[in-house]
Design a protein around this ligand. Structure first.
Ligand SMILES: [Zn+2]
Length: 276
């Protein structure tokens, strides 16, 4: 597949790449805002990403979180630009050492090659016109994810915080409580336009984050209420989200509806393992 989509907004350019043009979760958007690149795209798309990287001089490379659709081209882009990418302090060492990509994700995105990273500074970074880029700690999707806020423009680069108003699947490492907290923290920021790594430009970004926060909060309340009625987590999953689909099988059980329901129960301090 070649570049699936290309778009601009002022000094921002973006390309969507991916192995298949089927649904937003099978493709990925790399954003270049002035002199700054936000996330690097999957390794198996390097041939399409390379010309985009080479067409303009970059001064800073920012990584939101470790997932290979975001980080896969770190090695190639660092080598091409001569820059050392930034990421959070908790992630820089891990990315330098290398990360293990699960088989089902490697098929979709390719693998990750160990790359030296440096830690994001305490102070905000800047675009060439002086606009500031502030990194915000937004765990939940992963333990170390950061979003990037350009307050001067009312822009938020949301990494994988949003993706959709409603989700029905999760990995065991994702955390509903942290996600709700991170959504709330971003909702309180001054912004309207959001740049999602899979969805693209979301013009009413704050409303979208509010919708997702409300969905997760309500889902967790429904889980708690069904638990009080005596249901276990498997029954609650079936009642609220229906049967598991193909993705649970493809991921060897790692990515499923049950994980989301269990995390919702934990959000209400309920232990899903207590009731087999
Ligand atoms: Zn991710």
């Amino acid at each position: 597949m070649a570049i699936l989509e290309r778009f601009s907004l002022g000094d921002l350019d973006a390309i969507r790449v991916g192995r298949a043009n089927r649904g937003i979760t099978l493709s990925f958007i790399i954003y270049r805002c002035d002199n700054t690149l936000i996330d690097f795209g999957p390794a198996n798309q390097w041939q399409h990403v390379k010309p985009f990287i080479e067409e303009k001089t970059l001064d800073q490379l920012l990584l939101t979180h470790h997932h290979e659709d975001h980080s896969g081209n770190a090695h190639n882009i660092a080598k091409t630009t001569g820059l050392t990418p930034y990421t959070s302090s908790s992630l820089a060492h891990k990315m330098s050492e290398g990360i293990k990509v699960p088989y089902y994700r490697r098929i979709a995105w390719g693998s990750y090659k160990p790359t030296p990273f440096r830690t994001l500074p305490e102070h905000p970074l800047q675009l060439s016109n002086g606009d500031t880029i502030e990194a915000l700690f937004t765990p939940g999707h992963t333990a170390e994810m950061h979003c990037f806020h350009l307050a001067d423009r009312g822009w938020l680069f949301s990494a994988d915080l949003y993706i959709a108003n409603k989700i029905s699947l999760m990995t065991a490492g994702e955390d509903v409580s942290l996600m709700i907290d991170s959504l709330q923290r971003c909702i309180e920021l001054d912004f309207d336009t959001m740049f999602c790594a899979h969805r693209g430009i979301v013009n009413e970004g704050k409303s979208a984050l509010i919708a997702k926060r409300n969905y997760l909060t309500e889902l967790a309340e429904q889980c708690s209420s069904l638990w009080q009625q005596g249901h276990n987590s498997e029954h609650i999953t079936l009642k609220l989200l229906g049967k598991e689909g193909m993705l649970k099988r493809v991921s060897n059980g790692k990515y499923c509806k049950h994980n989301l329901i269990k995390s919702c129960l934990k959000h209400h301090q309920l232990n899903p393992n207590e009731r087999p």
